[in-house]
Ligand binder design. Sequence first.
Ligand SMILES: Cc1cc2nc3c(=O)[nH]c(=O)nc-3n(C[C@H](O)[C@H](O)[C@H](O)COP(=O)(O)OP(=O)(O)OC[C@H]3O[C@@H](n4cnc5c(N)ncnc54)[C@H](O)[C@@H]3O)c2cc1C
Length: 379
Amino acid sequence: MKTAIIGGGIAGLTTALALHQKGLGCTVYEKAGELNEIGAGVWLQPNAVKILDALGIKALVSKEGMELDRMEITNNQLRPFREIKDQVVQDDSGNKTIAIHRSKLQKVLYQEVSKHMEVKLGMGYEAHETEDNGIRIRFGEGEASAEVVLGADGIQSHLRQSLFPDSLIRSAGQICWRGISNTVLPAEDLKVGREAWGKQIRFGFSQISASEVYWFAVIRESSLPSSLPPEIRPYLQERFSDFHPLVGQIISNTPEDHIHRALLGDLKRLDQWHSGNICLIGDAAHATTPNMGQGACQAIEDAWYLSQALATHKSPDLAFKVFDTFRRKKVDYIVNNSWRFGKMAHSRLGQSVVRSMMKLTPEKVLMQQMKALYKVQPL
Ligand SMILES: Cc1cc2nc3c(=O)[nH]c(=O)nc-3n(C[C@H](O)[C@H](O)[C@H](O)COP(=O)(O)OP(=O)(O)OC[C@H]3O[C@@H](n4cnc5c(N)ncnc54)[C@H](O)[C@@H]3O)c2cc1C
């Protein structure tokens, strides 16, 4: 089965690796001329780490990043709303969250995939036609043909627009700045991932390498001035000035050109992710707001389950149906809860509801919820 993957991000490259493990080949077509992901970090939770382990790259990823022992939601002075036992941040096999620079993760994936398959850079998908003997794909530069096409071209997916022109991206009305700071956290904080909540603003951070801290700052769009200064760092320092002094230090140690802005949003639920022999995966299929830190983890789960479905079923159409049926419940749960959580984080009432829930929910229930989130099983 000649398979083309459109997009060489986390979903595309992990799927290529997972297909290879199942003895299935593919070619990855990536729009960017070189893999040079913007400077941000990502937290890979145990469900993703378990799959990276099964694909034989956990040690490589772990070496490039930082294993976290604790994840906390805190007040603006970094005091956790609730102390949670260690086990909640690891799965039954002891996989913990790995915090890593995105470019390092992508490099590990790219190098592993390139050992077995071709990754063609500078190939931006533009259109496709279904023909009698397969699918013809047109790129900005050249053409290719395939029997099966997997669309891993992210939240703004061109392929999705061709398949499902009515698909819509919903804005959450929140702006997120992400940065990489030249900071070493105090020893007791080195293995902690935090999201600190202030007056309808939040700031998250963790160490991602020996000398770098990844951080994100989220502010409601409607509370921003009509025009922002060209240098965002002083503005963020001022907005977060009543936070713990560590937050100010992290921002101030970040070069201005290491700060990137994103408008947060997700993809309105698609009724189906596939059409004929074409299937969407990762953000192209089910982009979520980042509030549960699960977007990339779900892209990695897609890779795992889709490769199993394609290896098991001769008909791609059937494989895609099995994949869709199996994945929907978890993906819907994450997209919907992440959306709600993000809304609550930026409202006074919502914040107090979350605080009360976190304080009152029995630890056993929290553990069950995390176990369900981290569960990865055979298809
Ligand atoms: C602020 C923020 C913080 C986040 N934090 C986390 C986190 O901590 N943990 C987590 O799990 N998730 C997180 N996410 C979500 C995560 O970033 C995404 O879910 C993940 O990157 C999706 O991977 P993907 O491969 O589907 O898409 P992408 O990462 O967007 O990759 C798509 C790839 O396709 C390529 N491409 C685009 N168009 C074309 C085309 N026409 N032709 C060919 N190639 C194309 C792009 O260049 C890119 O390489 C966060 C997201 C945001 C916005």
